[in-house]
Design a protein. Structure first.
Lengths: 314, 248
């Protein structure tokens, strides 16, 4: 018996969400009195792989030849490695959403997504986000093995340094898909990964006014996001749309500027720990959900906010 | 091109969510149901493909009779026929299993489901169908062009996008980008009239097994209330975020 965790990498590096999944696996393993085995796909250096030991992985199986987007092959190898596992942990990324359900069918194992709590016993029962975070559901697994996909940024990191061994596997197989390249925006912080998200809505009046939003995000080390109407009218790219039908946000700090706070928007962002609303309308629904609010014009408040953050950081 | 679109009937995005039976069941009292937004992008794309290269669009839903209005809406938008598996879904596995059985008994060139449903948010149905039918899978799909016997796809990855070519048939998990918001269709009178005579067949489920059980629901904790800072005193906000909230 063991707990298996898929340690996802991006261009040879792990991210916070990876370490969070390993931390979660490690806490689960402690409760079940067993150990954690991590699986890494794609080429990752030994130095990077060893970082998984800092969060409690006692063994890492590295499969450098496998493309993680090839869910057919990835689920096959992870199924082989899961023979001895009772719990298999993923972080809720786009890639995991392809691999985990396939693995679920292969292993006849329940697949529970958006998990936000640990199980209290070996009968796996966890809390998960449901109804686009308008509700928290308690779900029980009915199967011998269980796949848990963790909602990023809702569990946190737990350091737990242990001796970690690395095993390289030369498993090579190719699925039916032909991968023809990626385009990534370099230097930008991704919304799902960000600890701070600066988001703006129609109150900004036009795409030409986003300079101050980007500057505020820059001084805070934050990701930028936007409301649905703003992405629908083409002021910002769809990849920035957050809310019920866009990307979910679970940030430490979510700053909403010129966003009224429609229920669909709040549903996608309200699991953030602290929310700040800046809006000219004192009746804006966002103020009911926010922790801190400023009633005022974004064009006056945001430049001051940028100055104050700069002063604070110096 | 013979396309199967898997749709889910979900509470409208503006719905307030409540539960009954000691917080074990979703309370659909007063709720307006709509086609799951993620599925609607795939449905619209399928209709556009049919209009450009010909073929047929079938929609399938797992649910009791209460989901039929949403299926009629899909027919009014332009789907050709509809299939309802007569079962209240137990979990993602049970839904994927029933749809996969239907796929195995029929022949489709392309199967499109939404990336996730906005009610239970399991996000597992496209992946499970792909595994059960042994067909290639691309999830979080934001671009799709048919080229002969293969399909050029774009999928969203964290922080960017990836270009992929897949043979047909295959399974897609779709989202906005497959079509744009302003390309979504509102049923016109002609479509609504036609939808009443288009076939909506009901088939019985083949299995009752499930992998997980929903135990109960709760609402997220309410916030304690908003602390207001004067617009002329932004430094106070920075102070509070640092010293009180400890997030910067």
């Amino acid at each position: 018996m063991s707990v298996l965790v898929y340690a996802e990498s991006w261009g040879g590096n792990f991210r916070k969400s990876t370490f969070e999944a390993v931390s979660y696996a490690s806490e689960t393993a402690k409760m079940l009195s067993t150990n954690v085995v991590a699986v890494s796909l794609e080429d990752v250096s030994e130095k990077e792989l060893l970082k998984l030991g800092s969060y409690g992985a006692s063994k890492v199986v590295s499969i450098p030849s496998l493309n993680k987007g090839d869910s057919q092959s990835a689920s096959k190898i992870i199924a082989e490695l899961s023979l001895d596992a009772c719990v298999i942990v993923f972080s809720g990324t786009h890639t995991s959403r392809m691999i985990a359900p396939r693995l679920s069918v292969k292993l006849s194992a329940a697949c529970i997504a958006n998990v936000i709590s640990l199980t209290k016993s070996s009968e796996i029962t966890v809390k998960r986000k449901s109804f686009s975070t308008k509700a928290i559901e308690t779900v029980k697994s009915n199967t011998e093995k269980t796949i848990l996909s963790i909602s990023p940024n809702s569990f946190g990191l737990k350091e737990n340094q242990i001796d970690c061994t690395i095993e390289r596997s030369d498993f090579s197989e190719e699925g039916d898909l032909l991968f023809e390249g990626q385009e990534t925006a370099s230097g930008k912080i991704s919304i799902s990964e960000a600890e701070i998200v600066v988001s703006a809505g129609r109150g900004l009046k036009g795409p030409e006014n986003w300079g101050m939003i980007e500057e505020l995000a820059d001084v805070l080390g934050a990701a930028t996001a936007c409301s649905k109407p703003v992405s629908d009218i083409g002021w910002r790219p769809h990849s920035e749309h957050v809310g019920q039908t866009g990307k979910p946000v679970t940030a430490d700090l979510y700053i909403a500027i010129g966003i009224s706070g429609a229920i669909q928007h709040l549903a996608g962002v309200n699991s953030s720990k602290i929310m700040v609303a800046i809006n000219t309308d004192p009746e804006a629904p966002f103020f009911k959900a926010a922790d801190y609010g400023i009633i005022g014009d974004a064009f006056e408040v945001v430049p001051k906010f940028i100055e104050e953050i700069k002063n604070f950081k110096n | 091109m013979n396309i199967l679109v898997c749709i889910s009937s979900v509470p409208d995005t503006t719905s307030k969510i409540n539960f009954t039976d000691n917080n074990t069941k979703f309370d659909n009292n007063g709720i307006q149901f709509v086609i799951n937004p993620y599925d609607e992008f795939g449905l619209t794309k399928s209709i556009m493909i049919k209009e450009s290269i010909g073929g047929k669009v079938t929609v399938i839903t797992v649910g009791d009779v209460s989901v039929e209005p949403v299926m009629r809406k899909a027919l009014a938008i332009g789907a050709d026929d509809a299939v309802r598996v007569n079962m209240n879904p137990h979990d993602s596995f049970s839904v994927a299993f029933e749809i996969s059985e239907y796929i195995k008994q029929n022949s489709f060139d392309l199967i499109i489901a939404g990336r996730e449903s906005i009610d239970y948010n399991g996000g597992a149905v496209p992946g499970m169908i792909s595994e059960m039918t042994n067909l290639p899978l691309v999830n979080a799909c934001i671009g799709l062009e048919i080229e002969g016997n293969s399909v050029k796809l774009v999928r969203e990855i964290d922080g960017g996008k990836e270009m992929i070519t897949s043979p047909l048939p295959m399974v897609i998990g779709g989202q906005k980008g497959l079509v744009l918001e302003n390309e979504l269709r509102i049923p016109n009178m002609r479509g609504i009239m036609q939808s009443r005579t288009k076939p909506l067949s009901v088939i019985e489920p083949v299995s009752s097994s499930k992998y997980s059980t929903s135990v109960s629901f709760a609402k997220p904790e309410e916030k304690a209330g908003c602390k207001f800072v004067d617009a002329s005193n932004v430094s106070e906000l920075v102070h509070l975020l640092h010293n009180e909230a400890k997030v910067i």
